[in-house]
Design a protein around this ligand. Structure first.
Ligand SMILES: C[S@@+](CC[C@H](N)C(=O)[O-])C[C@H]1O[C@@H](n2cnc3c(N)ncnc32)[C@H](O)[C@@H]1O
Length: 289
């Protein structure tokens, strides 16, 4: 291999990733170059003709080949930015999505800064939502549940790294079925909501690499809501609030399932392109059905 510089290594990685169908080839090429060669963005910008030694070139090649095979950048790098911090991620957890920050934002509006409230996150995954809320609201305590023991281990690691582990109890549980009644002031959840049959049509990064348990919403994408909303009704105190993330076009159905579970949905939150992404409401003590 002829000698590579930061610039030529970046260009060649970018071209390969583009060819492989990666959505953001220039950006991802830079991430692989930075991680593989152990350089910063500033190094690439200010010293583009710096030569890579053989070890650096080999390390960059390995990372680019993985990304070329459509492994998600977050799994290759082992980290993902979410809200105002960085989380460790592995293939055992869903890579936290920017749209989930909308749920965090909406939840924060319901959590007064000094109130010592108790909050539940159903399907805690990497800990993204729970940890963001704990970092923003120093008086709350949270329970995070997940069916995946591997995901819980990552959530625990992140909670310790970000110094909120003392306020986050993590439990292996099926949508909180084993938790006591009327315990929580707020319940949040970003459940799996992709239609089973649509998963294989998603980008290879998702379809081939992310955990099915974090994606699969069953036949119509709504199975997790059917299972968890009755639990939300049972677990919330009277007057307590809930917020659930939803997939595109699911607002009406999730609203109806929440109502059937005895909850009182109150509104939806739209993303910047006007799509409803969160359904929120309250437990006003109505009977289910
Ligand atoms: C879409 S991911 C969300 C992860 C994380 N909260 C986030 O927003 O990035 C859904 C999570 O629900 C978990 N899950 C799936 N079925 C579950 C069940 N029956 N009980 C509890 N958790 C479940 C998955 O393991 C996964 O971590």
């Amino acid at each position: 291999m002829s000698e590579q510089t930061l610039l030529t290594a970046w260009q060649s990685a970018r071209d390969r990733l583009k060819q492989a169908g990666v959505e953001t080839p220039a950006f991802d090429a830079r991430l692989m170059l930075e991680a593989g060669a152990g350089v910063s963005r500033m190094d690439i910008l200010t010293d583009p003709h710096r030569a890579l030694n053989a070890q650096q070139a080999q390390a960059v090649e390995k990372l680019v080949a993985r990304r070329e095979a459509r492994e998600p950048a977050a799994y290759i790098l082992g980290k993902k930015a979410f809200w105002k911090y960085e989380l460790t991620v592995t293939p055992s957890v869903l890579t936290p999505r920017p749209e989930t920050e909308l749920l965090v934002e909406a939840a924060l509006e319901q959590l007064r800064p000094d109130a010592p409230l108790k909050v539940l996150d159903l399907g805690v995954g990497s800990g993204a939502i729970a940890i963001a809320l704990l970092l923003e609201r120093r008086k709350i305590s949270m329970v995070g549940v997940d069916k995946s023991a591997e995901a819980l281990a990552i959530a625990r690691f992140n909670a310790v790294a970000l110094h909120v582990a003392d306020r986050l109890e993590l439990r292996e549980s099926d949508w909180g079925a084993d938790l006591p009644d009327a315990e929580f002031d707020l319940v949040v959840s970003n459940p799996p909501y992709v239609r089973h049959g649509a998963i294989d049509l998603l980008a290879p990064e998702i379809a081939r690499h992310e955990p099915r348990l974090a994606l699969d919403g069953g036949r119509d994408g709504l199975e997790a809501y059917r299972a968890l909303l009755p639990q939300v009704r049972r677990l919330l105190k009277q007057g307590g609030g809930f917020l659930v993330e939803i997939g595109e076009g699911q607002a009406e159905a999730v609203w109806a399932h929440a109502t059937a579970a005895g909850l009182s949905p109150e509104g939806v939150r739209n993303d910047l392109s006007g799509r409803a992404r969160v359904v929120f409401g309250r437990n006003l003590g109505r009977a289910p059905g």
